[in-house]
Ligand binder design. Structure first.
Ligand SMILES: N[C@@H](CCC(=O)N[C@@H](CS)C(=O)NCC(=O)O)C(=O)O
Length: 223
């Protein structure tokens, strides 16, 4: 049985989508990151980076943080959505790493400067909106010749999809990226994806000033 410690953000939703798509039983434990629950000793033991998501698996005694590592763990546990051997396996992993090291963090910065920064910083808005557009271009070209990132639907698609869902907040228009639009619609129509996206969705509220204090003033010490 898996315990999921998460919150309905793109990085959290990746994992609830994967759990639903893999038909794994799990219990959702909300970690309200706007209220500082990512800093409790209990949560830090599972996720020393004070970020959601994290899982524990009572079948194996394993605890995992970092969404990409969690997706890899779940794919290995079930034998689903990740080919077991080369070359298919590395095809999926390179796009999974592209998501966690590339499009995810860049979209996160675009969200920050376009919506949450206390004052407008035109250079940062331009820089991250352009970089996100570049990455959407990469995705669109990749999807021009295949239905999904690595051919068959995989954990790389599950990782990337929740970061494309808020495309308007990143200053992007899916009409400019027709292959991304087609891929996005195909994934959104999957019942497991719909179930995964709904996990905790009622809990998420617009970010207030006290949540901004918790999220955007962190330093080296645990608050
Ligand atoms: N590289 C991490 C990033 C996770 C992450 O940034 N999570 C955010 C929510 S999307 C979070 O927990 N933020 C809490 C905080 O900033 O303290 C992963 O992929 O799991």
């Amino acid at each position: 049985m898996i315990d999921l410690y998460s919150w309905p953000t793109p990085n959290g939703i990746k994992v609830s989508i994967a759990l639903e798509e893999m038909n794994l039983p799990y219990t959702f434990h909300p970690i309200n990151i706007g209220r500082g629950e990512q800093f409790t000793p209990d949560f830090l033991e599972k996720s020393p980076n004070n970020r959601i998501p994290a899982i524990t698996d009572s079948d194996t005694g394993v605890s995992v943080f970092e969404s990409g590592a969690i997706l890899l763990y779940l794919a290995e546990k079930t034998g689903l959505f990740l080919p077991p051997a080369l070359p298919g396996r590395v095809e999926v992993l390179q796009w999974l790493f592209w998501q966690v090291g590339g499009i995810g963090p860049m979209c996160g910065q675009a969200h920050h400067f376009r919506q949450y920064a206390p004052e407008p910083v035109p250079y940062a808005i331009e820089r991250y909106t352009r970089e996100v557009a570049r990455l959407y271009g990469v995705l669109d070209r990749r999807l021009a010749e295949r239905a999904f990132l690595a051919g068959d639907y995989s954990i790389a698609d599950m990782a990337t999809f929740p970061w494309i869902a808020p495309f308007a907040q990143q200053g992007q228009d899916l009409e400019a990226f027709p292959n991304v639009a087609r891929w996005f619609a195909a994934i959104a129509a999957r019942p497991g994806v719909a179930r995964g996206r709904s996990v905790g969705s009622a809990l998420r509220k617009p970010m207030d000033e006290s949540a901004k204090q918790v999220l955007f003033t962190q330093g080296a010490k645990i608050p």
